[in-house]
Design a protein around this ligand. Structure first.
Ligand code: DC
Length: 231
């Protein structure tokens, strides 16, 4: 058994995974791994090389050679590097958000990312967040959380976030996009978004971030063997 657990958090976009996973990791003193950022880094590199999602073979070959790293900056934020280049901000561009979905569906890309994720998580003491962590990357994770929220709630959150950045958007359209993306993500052949049979589902509708974080920390503590829960 690992000395410290692996906490696998999966769920659809907009459920609050990143914020929650980061805070749970901070509270427990665990490493935080944002696997979506890793797929985004691959999409960024493919785009830099002028490849499009149809260039399946070339992208798979590129991914096999790619070194994706997550490092904690002195201020506690996480930086994302691909082959030594800091792409933390670049991978959040709308262009990359559009490219990453088809690129993350390429089997060779997934194989390489899963390999790197297993290396990072193997020692334990990690909170890893994504779509396939509890089903594919670490089916033996000590703690499996499936974080959800209703499409209406996720659309409202996204709408508020855009509002905050001064972007006007149509709430109904956002909700339709979310529902479409859910269908696509859960029906793809390769590692579809799905909940492990032994996962604990946490629905975040109407809960604050603090309440969700507290609930997950409690679940992690309860999963620890009795003799280590005080340490
Ligand atoms: O969570 P995010 O939006 O940053 O994820 C970016 C993309 O990567 C998204 O299209 C889903 C995909 N992804 C994946 O297929 N598997 C993961 N473990 C994490 C993300």
């Amino acid at each position: 058994m690992r000395p410290k657990p692996i906490v696998a958090i999966d769920g659809p976009a907009g459920a609050g995974k990143s914020t929650v996973a980061r805070r749970v990791a901070q509270a427990l003193g665990f490493l935080y791994v944002d696997t979506g950022a890793m797929y985004r880094a691959i999409a960024w590199q493919a785009d830099e090389l002028g490849l499009t999602p149809d260039d399946v073979e070339a992208i798979a070959a590129m991914a096999r050679q790619s070194d994706v790293r997550l490092e904690e900056a002195p201020d506690g934020t996480q930086r994302v590097f691909i082959n030594g280049v800091d792409v933390t901000d670049a991978i959040r561009a709308p262009r990359i958000s559009n490219l990453v979905s088809p690129i993350s569906a390429i089997p060779g890309v997934r194989a390489r990312m899963v390999e790197l994720q297993r290396q990072m998580g193997a020692p334990g003491g990690v909170v890893m967040e994504g779509r396939d962590i509890q089903t594919v990357v670490f089916p033996d994770a000590e703690v499996k959380i499936f974080l959800t929220a209703s499409p209406a709630e996720r659309a409202r959150r996204r709408w508020r976030e855009l509002q905050g950045r001064g972007v006007t958007a149509d709430l109904a359209q956002i909700q339709r996009d979310i529902e479409e993306r859910d269908t696509r993500d859960s029906q793809r052949d390769m590692s579809p978004l799905s909940k492990a049979a032994d996962a604990i589902e946490v629905n975040t509708d109407g809960l604050t971030i603090e309440q969700v974080v507290e609930r997950i920390i409690r679940i992690v503590r309860e999963s620890l063997p009795a003799d280590s829960s005080s340490g």
